[in-house]
Design a protein around this ligand. Structure first.
Ligand SMILES: [Zn+2]
Length: 119
């Protein structure tokens, strides 16, 4: 991802409207590009500050640390989603294979010893 694209995504990022398929590239770019990081941090802090003023509890905010934390959380969310997708792909693959085997066995095309007696 280049700086131009990253800059366009800064607003969506701070507003939590980032397209998920761009999140990883964006975070990767921002981590390695001080100029974009600074810009993101500025917008992020402004947004957090606005939130802070609305927040009655006034916890001790570490605004700079919050961005790093926010990026880690978003990354983790994407990782989890990816793992889930891989898991379901594998699951569906295995179920499909089993279904094919059952069908072939049922139709007597193949003999599967551990299915004997089941059908
Ligand atoms: Zn950049």
């Amino acid at each position: 991802m280049d700086c131009e694209r990253a800059e366009k995504l800064i607003q969506p990022y701070v507003q939590d409207k980032m397209p998920e398929n761009e999140m990883e590239d964006f975070i990767h770019h921002v981590r390695n590009c001080p100029a974009c990081y600074d810009e993101l941090e500025t917008y992020f802090i402004i947004r957090q500050a606005a939130r802070y003023l609305d927040d009655d509890e006034k916890q001790s905010y570490n605004l700079k640390g919050l961005l790093a934390k926010d990026m880690r959380e978003k990354e983790r969310r994407i990782q989890r989603k990816k793992h889930r997708n891989i898991f379901f792909s594998v699951l569906i693959f295995v179920l499909t294979i089993l279904l094919i085997l059952f069908t072939l066995h049922y139709l007597d095309f193949v003999e599967i010893p551990w299915l004997k007696g089941l059908f």
